[in-house]
Design a protein around this ligand. Sequence first.
Ligand SMILES: Cc1ncc(COP(=O)(O)O)c(C=O)c1O
Length: 440
Amino acid sequence: MVLQEHPAHSLGERAEPRGARGPRQRPGQQVRGVGGAPTAPPPQGWPGERLYAGCKYIDQIELIAVDLAKRLFRAEFADVRPIAGVTANLSVYTAFTEPGDVMLSLSIPNGGHITYGPKRVGGTAGSVRGLDVEYLPFDVNAMNVDVDGTKRKVERLASEGRKPRMVVFGGSLFLFPHPVRELADYLKSMEITVAYDGAHVMGLIAGGEFQDPLREGADVLMGSTHKTLPGPQGGVILSWERYSDRIKRAVFPSNVSNHHLHHVAGKAIVFAEMLAFGRDYASQIVRNARRLAEELAARGFKVLGEPMGYTRSHQVVLDVTRNGGGLAVEKRLEESNIIVNRNLLPYDPKEGRSYRDPGGIRIGVQEVTRLGMAEGEMVEIAEFIYRAVLKGEPPERVAADVAEFRKGFNRVKYAFDSAIDAYEYIGLRRQPELGAAPGP
Ligand SMILES: Cc1ncc(COP(=O)(O)O)c(C=O)c1O
């Protein structure tokens, strides 16, 4: 969810770029911006083994990013080259499967991402890697993967000569930790690779909230660096040393040629920021999501996951089928300066709804949390959403109040105060050959 600052919408008005108004930008914001970051010759390959000369400095930056990622996720191996979560997923498919293999993952209405989809829906797994996709059984009441159903499905597929090669946990609609611990030993006993797509929840994992897939038995954890991990757009793969060679090869040459150098330094900064502030950030995100869900439910919204306390992640999911549907509610909120997105709900297809006008709204609180908002602000946000959607106030009126409210939150929290703090944390100031920051 993003709260916008402009008081009214008119086509002629141009919003100021994000971060431009605050008292001052923080280093994460500066480095995450693409301008001014290091450029170098094409960096194909792994640091120290590039196919081009002139990579001395980017090699050092990339190795620092790799080291920080390994520390943050307590992984033996990290690859920071994937240029998106999609590329990270595709690289994992490449590393651990062959075309024609069976893969188990969540369907899109149950929270899966299009990268897990079969060919018939244009999904990356089917269309690009040629995987034969089967869906993980899902318990809609628990909003989670069905453990016994999964075992039964694996047995059935195996008896038909279609034993899965890989299971992908994770998803885009992701309220509760997936049963990795409950299934990992069983899946491994069947020689099935356990992958976990943490695209949305990487920041929560890094901050020690939600779950810890690598400790719970996952072979590989992949994800985006720009969702709850508040970094530049990109991807990352974490795994164990024994898989490092095959993952490296799957990234380059298979799925990335020249990775985006200007994002590598930004990734290093965000990993460092999460090492320094991630616990506080992640725990505030989870508390905010829970509080927002409770406040919305108290105001009459149908909030999913109620028996389990609504959410344990950064997301809150509303069923708005009786409030005009996802498309109309998304638009109404956008006109009110509140950016959220419409989302398919598990039972939408059965009830005749599609992704164009689904039954749900998905709200993520990581952005507003990063601006310093806490439980008290969640009450105010719930009230804005109530006024716009259920009370039916004119959106311009709500938009003006949201803009006013948003003005009080222009400083990025859970971030280093200065570039010097960031460089000191990373240890760059002890490496003058990197052109380290000048002293204070
Ligand atoms: C579960 C999941 N995996 C992967 C992706 C792809 O991530 P990216 O936007 O970094 O390509 C997304 C995107 O939202 C996602 O929800």
